[in-house]
Design a protein around this ligand. Structure first.
Ligand code: SAH
Length: 470
């Protein structure tokens, strides 16, 4: 097989990033935008040892799972990777991915019988409460807002995003006009010159509060009063068209990022108009969100996911609960009203500051938050016998690499009667469940919750109990 050769093949499988996988002369070929069941014509782009990458040229016979993407730019955009797959199939794909990991990596042969049906969204669009648009220039030197094409930094102009809040469609042209009207220089990554880098928008879905934050390579932005008025007008037009859920422009900020970096936000943000944060609710818990705050991007499904965690924790009101890798304390606060005492641990000091603020904001007193590595803090507390050394329920929500081995072995020693594992990577979840089920825990239930519709990301909530009890 050689580069530039053309072949026909049928897609048999789907890879980790949603790419289709088929075989030509016994060699696996990965093709972006091709779906299981598609019969396609492709061009070989790159040949590696044992596998190759191809480019989709033509769909000769479409898969039954194929649908027309909602976004015209879906193929170029680096955001969604599964918009061309009907939503129920996306859910089936995610469910199967978890099942396969549990069986193959976790050694859990009855995985399917423990798994609930996948929890998807009724309307899997317009769900994201946060968007970050890079700003660039077109060939005439005018500012354009857009998105990066997959795996690159080439900017594709964007008018709207189907998974973002619909207000963005109204804001994008206004911001573009503002930059062009005052000839504000747009940031150039290569030369590290120019001012405007990114636009961040956040919406409190429950409160209707909108934040716009302009990320700049500098310390000041001029004419911000005009920007505020232009944005406010756009919000009013949106509200007239969608009166059922009106928004208010609660916060206009700028963030300073003068580093030559891929990171979008810098360390400091400053207020231009309104207040320095917006508020939103998950269930009946209020969260204060500033530009840099971590906050789950799909509030509707977050409630479903953490609702599952609450259900699996089955609290009666007196328990000692740990929330490990607690972030801004979302799960801790969610569980606190039904628990005796909750302990949260998290590595990022800013997240713990937010967690403490959120606890205060909600008048929740039976939580205490600690900064540090879970795998250091929890063993120390366990060994010292201090408050929190014993736990009735342990919840973990680790990053993709899963739980640290030292933490898992301490949890085994703490022997909580229930453990709830919230995971964003089914492979590391399965690895950790293998350890836990070999050390006195039994897997009882698993729920897949679709937080990132049209992407390949999978969120899972699993319940384990100590083996001698149900
Ligand atoms: N439940 C949280 C999100 C958890 S995401 C919320 O809703 O806010 C995983 C978290 O683990 C991140 O906040 C990350 O900063 C934190 N983290 C990463 N490594 C860690 C470690 N070794 N110990 C403690 N926390 C860690």
């Amino acid at each position: 097989m050689n580069k530039n050769e053309e072949y026909e093949m049928t897609i048999e499988d789907i890879g980790n990033d949603g790419e289709g996988i088929g075989h030509v002369d016994g060699m696996a070929v990965f093709v972006k935008d091709a779906l299981i069941g598609d019969h396609i014509r492709l061009k070989i782009m790159k040949v590696k040892k044992g596998y190759a990458y191809g480019r989709l040229l033509e769909i000769l016979q479409p898969s039954d799972f194929r649908t027309e993407p909602v976004c015209t730019n879906a193929r170029a955009c680096g955001g969604c990777t599964l918009q061309h797959m009907i939503y129920t199939e996306q859910l089936a794909y995610k469910w199967n991915k978890v099942k396969n990991c549990l069986e193959r990596i976790g050694g859990i042969s009855n995985a399917a019988s423990l798994m609930e049906p996948a929890y998807g969204m009724e309307h899997p669009y317009a769900y994201r409460n946060k968007m970050q648009f890079p700003v660039g220039t077109d060939k005439n030197g005018n500012a354009v807002l857009g998105f990066y094409a997959g795996h690159t930094h080439s900017l594709i102009p964007l008018k709207e995003c189907a998974v973002g809040h619909p207000i963005n469609k109204y804001l994008l042209p206004v911001i573009q006009n503002f930059i062009n009207k005052f000839h504000i220089p747009v940031y150039n990554e290569e030369t590290h010159t120019g001012l405007i880098r990114h636009i961040l928008t956040r919406v409190g879905f429950q409160t209707g509060e909108l934040m716009v934050c302009v990320v700049i390579n500098g310390n000041r932005i001029t004419h911000s009063n005009v920007l505020y008025e232009m944005l406010n007008d756009a919000v009013q037009i949106y509200n007239e068209k969608s009166p059922e859920r009106p928004l208010t422009l609660a916060s206009l900020m700028f963030n300073v990022n003068t580093d030559k970096t891929n990171r979008i936000l810098g360390q400091t943000s400053h207020l231009l108009f309104g207040k320095e944060y917006i508020t939103d609710y998950i269930g009946d818990i209020a969260f204060r969100i500033s530009p840099q705050s971590f906050y789950q991007v799909n509030p509707v499904q977050t409630k479903v996911l953490y609702g599952k965690a609450l259900e699996y924790a089955a609290l009666k009101g007196t328990e000692t609960v740990w929330d490990m890798y607690c972030g801004i304390g979302t799960i801790s606060l969610f569980l606190a009203k039904n628990a005796g005492q909750v302990y949260g641990v998290e590595i990022l000091p800013q997240a713990i500051d937010d967690a403490k603020t959120n606890a205060r904001l909600n008048g929740i007193q039976n939580v205490s938050f600690m900064v540090g590595k879970a795998e250091e803090v929890v063993p120390q507390i366990y060994e010292s016998g201090a408050n929190g050394a014993k736990a009735d329920v342990v919840v973990v929500d680790p990053p993709r690499k899963g739980c640290d081995a030292a933490l898992l072995s301490t949890i085994v020693k703490m022997a909580p009667s229930r453990m709830v594992y919230v995971s964003c990577d089914p492979a590391t979840l399965a690895r950790d469940l293998k350890y836990l089920t070999e050390h006195g825990f039994a897997l009882q239930k698993v729920a897949v919750v679709d937080q990132f519709c049209h992407s390949t990301h999978v969120e899972t909530c699993a319940l384990l109990t100590k083996e001698n009890q149900k």
